[in-house]
Ligand binder design. Structure first.
Ligand SMILES: NC(=O)c1ccc[n+]([C@@H]2O[C@H](COP(=O)([O-])OP(=O)(O)OC[C@H]3O[C@@H](n4cnc5c(N)ncnc54)[C@H](OP(=O)(O)O)[C@@H]3O)[C@@H](O)[C@H]2O)c1
Length: 256
């Protein structure tokens, strides 16, 4: 067993992709994981896999836009396991919308913000009273390098991850003073159902299992911010430093 032996983890977006891989990796380290997502069948599948790998898991089907469902998941963790050590706000939606289609897709665009921003806030807030009462624990948010600049064609996604990053940053100092660590992870391209739709070549694409190991490393290392893989970390530092005119010029070559 590893560093996560016996740790009690609230994990949203646990039914597929990075979340499912994280659940399995945590299970292999002996963690107890509360799996939260909407699709019950997939969640039960992940639960079985976590249990087969030596961990423990509970499944709570629900939507991150539903505060009551998240509060119930945390209450179940407290009742079954006595508390929460780690809360991972991972659930998220992707989007690519051309300028001409934005009006027709406005409901999808605002729904994305509701899941990626408000859903993450609701997840963290659900765990927070327990973490504060314990005076210990760790909050992790899955943001994205796409939050560093506003990327053409995926503006709501960029905006959602920027908002999540700033929210987590604002929590960091007050949480630390109360014994709670806050980590923001920024995965590069990971092969999941979210990126399967991408038609362009994704540089430095990694598998969800590798992404899960990167995230565990960030948690173990008590990192504030963690961008992976390292090539993406260099890329986003360069993109972040571009003057606005040059950034617009380069992005102007992308057809949206
Ligand atoms: N893949 C990448 O390249 C990449 C890069 C950077 C960041 N990320 C971030 O990583 C996170 C996981 O994404 P992924 O790539 O693993 O994609 P994914 O396979 O599509 O997984 C998304 C997860 O979020 C859950 N989810 C979506 N809406 C939800 C809602 N309203 N309530 C509860 N759960 C919800 C989904 O479960 P249900 O549908 O069952 O609810 C699913 O488990 C996201 O926050 C994403 O933005 C991904």
């Amino acid at each position: 067993m590893g560093d996560f032996d016996g740790k009690r983890v609230l994990l949203t977006g646990a039914s597929t992709g990075i979340g499912a891989a994280l659940a399995l990796a945590l299970g292999q380290e002996g963690a107890r994981v509360m799996l939260f997502a909407r699709r019950e069948e997939q969640l039960r599948d992940v639960q079985r896999q976590v249990e087969e790998s030596g961990g423990q898991a509970l499944a709570h089907p629900g939507d991150v836009t539903d505060q009551q469902a998240l509060d119930e998941a945390v209450a179940k963790m407290v009742a079954e396991w006595g508390g929460v050590d780690l809360g991972i706000a991972n659930a998220g939606l992707g989007d690519a919308t051309k300028l001409d289609k934005m009006h027709a897709r406005v409901e999808n665009l605002v729904a994305l913000i509701d899941v990626n921003v408000n859903g993450a806030i609701r997840t963290i807030v659900a765990a927070l009273p327990t973490l504060l009462a314990q005076g210990s624990g760790h909050i992790v948010g899955v943001a994205s390098p796409a939050g560093v600049r506003g990327l053409p064609g995926t503006g709501t996604y960029s905006a959602s991850k920027a908002a999540l990053s700033r929210f987590l940053e604002s929590l960091r100092a007050p949480c630390r003073a109360r014994g709670i660590m806050v980590t923001t992870v920024h995965p590069g391209f990971v092969r999941t159902s979210m990126t399967d739709k991408n038609r362009f070549k994704m540089p430095f694409l990694i598998e969800p299992e590798a992404a899960a190991q990167h995230i565990l490393r960030a948690i173990r290392g008590r990192r504030r911010e963690y961008v992976f893989p390292w090539q993406i970390s260099i890329m986003i530092r360069a993109i972040g430093a571009l003057p606005n005119a040059l950034f617009d010029n380069i992005m102007g070559r992308i057809r949206t």
